[in-house]
Design a protein around this ligand. Sequence first.
Ligand code: FAD
Ligand code: N01
Length: 527
Amino acid sequence: MPDHDVIVIGAGFAGLYQLHRLRESGFDVRVIEAGDDVGGTWYWNRYPGARCDIESIEYSYSFDEDLQQEWVWTERFAAQPELLRYLHHVADRFDLRKDIVLGTRVLRLEWDEPATQWTVHTDDGATCTSRFVIAATGNLSMPAEPGFAGLEDFDGELYRTSNWPHEGVDLTGRRVGVVGTGSSGLQTVTAVAPVVGELTVFQRTPCFSAPAHNRPIAEELAEAKTRYREIREAARTAPDGYDCRVGTGLLVETQPAEVEKELDRRWGEGGLCLGWAYADVMTDLRANEAVAEYFRNRIRTIVKDPAVAEKLCPTTYPIFSKRMCVDTGYYEVYNRDNVSLVDLTEEPIERITPSGIVAGGREHTLDVIVLATGFDAMTGALNAIEIQSGDRTLREAWADGPRTYLGLMSAGFPNLFTVTGPQSPSVLSNMVTSIEQHVGWISRALEHLREQGLTRMEAAPENEDAWVTTTNDLANLTLFPQAASWYMGANVPGKERVFMPFVGGVGLYKQIADGVEAGCYHGFRFG
Ligand code: FAD
Ligand code: N01
């Protein structure tokens, strides 16, 4: 018999709930987490300004009514310390820590077909076995390497937003360079600009960002708590896993003045819902360009120097085809005297020297470099583990891009589940909604196996092929593949360019997954 029924890898939002859910159902579960504490994303990403951009009321667990009633969110978009406190509260409230091994990285998984179990090898040299493994390893947990020549020669301080020192960093009065202008870079830049002496922002591709209009939410929260059931139900069927009042009209058939009014309204509300004003924004380049130009005009209005404003205006990809950002005064930062912008398309980074960054032949002298250069997203953490089944590793099976059935399992790798795996809505959604949906589905599948006296479950190759085709075909109906985004794996040199998330939306995906379950797990094989 294996040592455990289930080993879960990772103790973020996904791993914590997966542990609780299966333990409640009577399974013996062990969680293995590389970090020294629970929290996942919110354990690692402690950079100044880090906060969520899905509203806290919705970016939180729904599985326990008492939990959602008792927890008090202070802001519309909670900051990292509050999110981490929440996840600690969850771990303690449900007594999860006793089944979590911290500070331990899973290096290798080996499928033992005769014993129908996985052997799990960890970086402390130990091994243990389990019937099932659930990878809750995160879509954005493996930092990407920017590959700058000379990085190790830098004599100043070097930090990564994805692994920020727990004790914090005093940047007061210092010359700071931030590389990267995605969500992490943008939040960092906004937070540190008023504190540092000089700030140089190194931008390769500008982002589109909408205002957060962050605020205390005492009254909103009290009201939300009276109808939490309704809010959660709406989230589970919405395209993005949160309530956005999705527009059903076509922008191209709407009068420009009306479009302007609707976009103004959504800009006034703030947050990510700007993308959901019209139904054709991600399928019709004309509609997309109209919204993109609306954003650019906003940037031009905020940023006083027209040359800087133009550099901040994205023009090389459709809006929303790279993950949109949400900010609190980002563009305003460029009106400060202590902030300068380096456009890396004109002046590429050549190397890092002991005293700074050389870009376009100019040396920028710096005390501190902050790398906000992103993640090997979606497949990075999984591929970092040597996952061996028969004569193949998962990395080999996914060499031309991830292959899954429903983003839950991969053919040839029995009893291995992925929470919010590639080809599920995952990063295109409120991740907590998608995590809860996957955890529920996986847990019910394991209960089904137990009830039927079965020990083995695997995706059928033909259903996996069909799902891969479906997800690719759906993505190709949209503008998403037109951007060199991390959704496409384009930020990691040598990574296969395939659009990885399922674009059909959380509600549709749930219907499909529920249908598969109701149809006796159609497309899965049991033993
Ligand atoms: P994670 O939180 O990434 O946890 C995975 C854990 O697995 C990590 O702790 C990691 O250490 C561990 N792990 C990985 N590999 C191994 C291994 N081999 N051995 C042992 N342990 C391992 N999503 C939203 O929906 N809304 C937001 O507002 C939002 N904001 C974000 C802000 C930031 C800064 C970042 C980086 C991401 C954000 N995301 C957001 C995405 C976020 O990752 C998810 O919302 C969510 O936190 C994912 O939870 P998870 O448990 O799936 O993964
Ligand atoms: O990473 P990113 P992130 N030289 O990949 C640049 C979530 N999140 O950590 O676009 C120069 O978006 C790169 O340039 P380019 C959210 O889902 C949410 O910021 O590749 N530049 C880009 O500008 C998000 O999408 C929040 O040309 C280099 C930047 O670095 C996801 O996590 C906060 C480079 C990386 O941006 C990832 O966000 C934080 C190089 N060699 C994260 N390599 C919220 O607000 C990379 N870049 C909720």
